[in-house]
Design a protein around this ligand. Structure first.
Ligand SMILES: [Zn+2]
Length: 74
């Protein structure tokens, strides 16, 4: 820890961008005034929804029933 200045980074609720939590940012915890307005507007419209980030993709590998040509019923 060479730097004694520890800045607390917070994630913007709107865009998840990390921004320093400081008194110089009147829009905290948002990164910008724009994000603050977006969030407030979303709440007002009752359309606020936390985006669900599903990292797991449900890829169903359908196994094709391959018929072995060597196994023929003669
Ligand atoms: Zn933001």
């Amino acid at each position: 820890m060479l730097n004694s200045q520890s800045t607390t980074l917070i994630a913007c609720p709107t865009c998840q961008k990390k921004s320093p939590w400081s008194s110089e940012n009147p829009d905290r915890p948002f990164c910008s005034h724009r994000c603050k307005l977006i969030d407030l507007g979303a709440w007002a419209n009752e359309t606020y929804a936390i985006p669900q980030q599903d990292s797991e993709e449900d890829e169903v590998f359908s196994e094709d029933l391959k018929i072995d040509p060597n196994k023929r019923f003669l």
